[in-house]
Design a protein around this ligand. Structure first.
Ligand SMILES: CC(C)(COP(=O)(O)OP(=O)(O)OC[C@H]1O[C@@H](n2cnc3c(N)ncnc32)[C@H](O)[C@@H]1OP(=O)(O)O)[C@@H](O)C(=O)NCCC(=O)NCCS
Length: 470
């Protein structure tokens, strides 16, 4: 019965998708899960040959088709607008935001299995979707939850490696160090050393990726408890799903915080391929570095303030507003504070984006969560005020391409409300979630045999000469 209800919901969404085919025609939209198989690896095994043929066909039939011209602005502007990567798991539309395998965030909230009726999606369901392009059943999600639980163990040397760092080291440094220490277990590295045939590369990559996804919450929780709770760690609870268990190991037991963590892990997982962390993971993996090496590199990119660290910066900035002006700050005062930030040569964290040109739907769904659960929270009300005040100021600046809030503008106040107040830790949560997206694509990189990434670079002299000739 549940299956048929979800099929009918899916067919409604599918007909809407046909109307929106301009947005979603490049993705395998909403394949209804017909198989009852509970094993994700077998699902992938079935899908891979079909997708390998598809890629071969694209190469042979369209290999010489032009996708646009490269301008000097693009070369000097961080490759903005240059199409140059294959990334199967998600696609970003500048106005509409992210779609995971064709599904927008509200659609994921409707069709992915939840822990309770009408609740937030379980991240395991999103992982299944990212890997297969199919919406899983609740049974498949439960089975994947158990698989991840069974893989969630950490060798002792990982904790010792983290302990070798000062407890004051930035949480992202401790987290990335832990991930690097996990690398000694890499199945891919072992198989490569034994001379595995390249057609089988995806198999140990799958093992590493699933182990890594299962292990990162434990490493992250260890860092949190080490830094902020005197090293008093909390063992995993095998009865809980991925998001709830992560919150539990951090020390949060309320069902609302469990829901928040499910939503958080789901929406931060993937944002197509060109953002700094995803691109770094993909680039490093293109040298056949294993998932641990690739993901640790991605984390180092995520730790930059223009990317993942912005979530830390937002809460610290909001707290500085409150410290200076109080919680009941007027819009005029807030506007002055925003100008003061800009005039001191800083960015307003949580606003703007390299690709998006409208409010980030990841912001919107967190706002909806706040409206439902914490409408009276003073910091949430301040975030709402910022939504009104900041965009006109950034627009007035005249150079900002997107004055609207991004995902990071909201996440901190939600976490802060439930007691996770240590802003310097926030990017680690983002990192745990990113493992789902980066590792899913990495498995497909190997299955599709994607090549070493090696774009051409040029000097200023080369550019000057080329432009004079043009
Ligand atoms: C995300 C971000 C790095 C995108 O950068 P981008 O693609 O270069 O953005 P733009 O093309 O709009 O930038 C044009 C100019 O506006 C500035 N700008 C963009 N967003 C800004 C912001 N939130 N506050 C102040 N200035 C901003 C840029 O710094 C740049 O200035 P410059 O020409 O003097 O170097 C940028 O918007 C930013 O720094 N935002 C704040 C940090 C943040 O929230 N990061 C998380 C992103 S998910």
């Amino acid at each position: 019965m549940v299956f048929y209800r979800s099929v009918s919901l899916l067919s409604k969404l599918r007909s809407r998708a046909v109307q929106q085919s301009n947005v979603s025609n490049s993705v395998r939209w909403l394949q209804v899960q017909t198989s009852s198989g509970l094993d994700l690896r077998s699902e992938l095994q079935e899908l891979i040959p079909e997708q390998q043929d598809r890629l071969k066909k694209i190469k042979s039939e369209y290999g010489k088709v032009h996708l646009g011209n490269i301008t000097v602005d693009m070369v000097l502007g961080g490759m903005r607008g240059m199409t140059g990567l294959l990334w199967e798991t998600s696609l970003l539309d500048p106005d509409e935001g992210i779609r995971f395998r064709g599904l927008s965030i509200p659609e994921c909230q409707k069709v992915l299995p939840a822990a309770k009726p009408g609740g937030e999606p379980l991240p395991e369901g999103l992982l299944w979707l990212l890997l297969t392009g199919k919406v899983p059943s609740k049974e498949q999600v439960n089975s994947l939850s158990q698989e991840l639980q069974s893989r969630a163990t950490i060798p002792d040397h990982v904790y010792k490696t983290i302990d070798a760092l000062p407890v004051t080291a930035h949480p992202m440094t401790q987290f990335a160090t832990g991930v690097m220490a996990l690398q000694v277990q890499s199945e891919f590295q072992k198989a490569y050393e034994k001379g595995i045939h390249k057609s089988k590369f995806w198999e140990p990559t799958y093992e590493d990726s699933m182990n890594l996804i299962a292990q990162v919450p434990l490493v992250a929780a260890y860092v949190y408890r080490r830094m902020y709770k005197n090293g008093d760690t909390i063992p995993k609870d095998e009865s809980l799903d991925y998001g709830a268990n992560f919150a539990h190991m951090l020390g949060f037991s309320s069902s609302e915080m469990h829901e928040l963590m499910r939503l958080y892990v789901t929406i931060h997982s993937d944002h197509e391929g060109g953002n700094v962390s995803a691109h770094t993971g993909h680039l490093v993996a293109s040298a056949l570095s294993d998932p641990y090496l690739s993901f640790a590199a991605a984390l180092n990119g995520l730790a930059g303030p223009l990317h993942g660290l912005a979530n830390q910066e937002v809460l610290l900035w909001i707290k500085s507003v409150v410290e200076e002006c109080g919680e009941n700050i007027s819009k005029e005062q807030l506007k002055d504070y925003v100008w003061k930030t800009l005039n001191s040569g800083k960015v307003v964290p949580g606003f703007g984006h390299g690709v998006l040109r409208k409010t980030d739907p990841r912001y919107t769904c967190q706002r909806e969560f706040a409206l439902k659960h914490l409408p009276e929270d003073p910091l949430f009300q301040l975030v709402s005020k910022l939504y009104e005040v900041v965009p006109p100021v950034l627009t007035e600046l005249g150079k900002v391409k997107n004055p609207w809030p991004n995902v990071d503008a909201h996440s901190g106040v939600l976490l802060n409300y439930y007691g996770l107040t240590e802003a310097r830790y926030y990017t680690v949560l983002f990192g745990v979630s990113r493992a789902l997206g980066i590792c899913s694509q990495l498995i497909w990189d190997r299955a599709l045999g994607l090549p070493l990434e090696r774009p051409k670079s040029v000097t200023m002299e080369w550019l000057e000469n080329q432009c004079k000739k043009a």
